[in-house]
Design a protein around this ligand. Structure first.
Ligand code: ATR
Length: 262
């Protein structure tokens, strides 16, 4: 994505994947700083582990407790997360959804859910969270509560309770890994709870259409997969490094081409 955007702008920059062992994480970050890198992206499994190695965090990174973007500036190493803002921008661009006065049902309570719930709950909307491990959902809701306009509500995975909350929800968001290749015949929500009034987002992008998304699309629901979030978190990272917006279309095309050849 970034390479395509550099090419589209004829920008003299490179973006490369760098594999780092955990015991070398501090050296890797200091090395990148010493070498004059503009910044880094950080992915699984280091989004939390890098935090003690940075000199500062944006408020989003602080609340979410996760960093996917680092900026080297004026001898400082600043950590930021663009996952939540990227999610929201993709949702607005692809489905035309803005969060105000909406009810969201978020399936899952892992790292991705934390970024998404924090982002949504900064606005005047109601977020419901359900997760296989209820305690993780409770911890997420409690952690987000201080910055939330309305405190997220935790929902037990008992059928009648899920049915009641699903019915009240305008937008359903899957952040769990259920529906990826190994579990592609499974849905994170009983399919019979969907109705055509729902808008359904799955942050999985491979496969492009999970069982949840296919079922929703067949019912007539507007649906969105994880490609948009992946593109827009990269767009927001670029904006954090350089303060300008990259050619988004070139980034979408690069990602879609790459996914199509897998
Ligand atoms: P990520 O950073 O991508 O969000 P994660 O932090 O490992 O990844 O979170 C994975 C999410 O998928 C969790 O909500 C997890 O549920 P648990 O908290 O109960 O582990 C959920 N998940 C993974 N496999 C699942 C499964 N087989 N059934 C239901 N939920 C599952």
């Amino acid at each position: 994505m970034h390479t395509s955007a550099f090419q589209a702008l004829e920008k003299a920059a490179v973006y490369v994947p760098l594999l780092v062992q955990e015991q070398d994480l501090a050296k890797a970050i200091q090395g990148a700083q010493a070498l004059g890198f503009t910044g880094l992206n950080v992915t699984v499994p280091f989004k939390e582990k890098v935090i003690p190695l940075l000199t500062g965090l944006t408020s989003d990174a602080q609340v979410v407790g996760s960093v996917n973007t680092i900026l080297f500036k004026d001898n400082k190493i600043i950590g930021h997360t663009t996952d939540g803002a990227g999610f929201q921008q993709a949702m607005e661009m692809e489905l035309g959804i803005s969060p105000e006065h909406k009810n969201f049902l978020v399936l899952g309570a892992g790292g991705a859910a934390r970024a998404i719930v924090h982002q949504l709950a900064k606005q005047d909307c109601q977020v419901f969270i359900t997760n296989r491990t209820l305690q993780r959902a409770t911890t997420l809701a409690t952690g987000i509560a201080p910055t939330a306009v309305r405190k997220p509500i935790v929902v037990e995975q008992e059928f009648s309770r899920l049915a009641e909350v699903t019915k009240k929800s305008h937008v359903i968001i899957n952040t769990t890994s259920l529906g990826m290749e190994a579990t592609k015949d499974q849905s994170p929500l009983p399919i019979e709870l969907l109705n055509k009034e729902h808008q359904v987002i799955d942050i999985i992008y491979n496969p492009a259409e999970t069982l949840l998304l296919r079922s929703a699309r067949e019912l007539g629901c507007p649906v969105q997969n994880g490609v948009g979030m992946l593109v827009w978190q990269a767009v927001k990272a670029w904006e954090f490094w350089w303060g300008v917006t990259p050619p988004v279309q070139a980034m979408y095309e690069a990602l879609n081409n790459s996914l199509a050849t897998r």
